[in-house]
Design a binder for this molecule. Sequence first.
Ligand code: SAM
Length: 161
Amino acid sequence: MNDGFAGYLMDTTPESYLDLFPLETIVYLTPDSENVLEDIDPSKVYVLGGLVDESIHKQLTLRRAREQGLRTARLPIREFMVRAPNCRNYHSETLAINQVFDILATYYETQSWPAALRAGVSSGKGYVLRDPAEQAETAQRATAAQGNALLCAEELQEAPA
Ligand SMILES: C[S@@+](CC[C@H](N)C(=O)[O-])C[C@H]1O[C@@H](n2cnc3c(N)ncnc32)[C@H](O)[C@@H]1O
């Protein structure tokens, strides 16, 4: 079960982040940014879009951030991870808000992007770590995914037309 933010301590306010923080300190996190988040700067304010996409709406937060004249950044998923074969051929860098939060919190604690991404990117996103230490595990998962692909193909063959 995904209990989202149930265990988090949060302050909430009806005020806009634009009125609460100097614009130059705000970095809007969006999967569609051309900038990579390389490090977390404690003097910056990182904004996550409060969106739950039923289907992915590309560039929604990127457009919003640009309209507001804010800096943007995306998580370094493709820098530290590779696409894993899967039977749906599905690969998405758009994560749920709680996953992004967990990645930021883990990175802040460990200063390690592989550790952070391992903690937050669920296997359903179709990515695995590319770090050499992870390669054996990656190979294992790829073999399992290929097995699943075979199963998928068999299921498709058996499915009534
Ligand atoms: C479910 S996503 C919403 C995606 C939405 N289509 C958009 O345009 O942002 C929820 C939020 O998590 C953050 N997020 C998700 N994946 C991200 C990534 N790869 N890099 C940076 N932020 C991400 C963004 O702040 C995003 O608005």
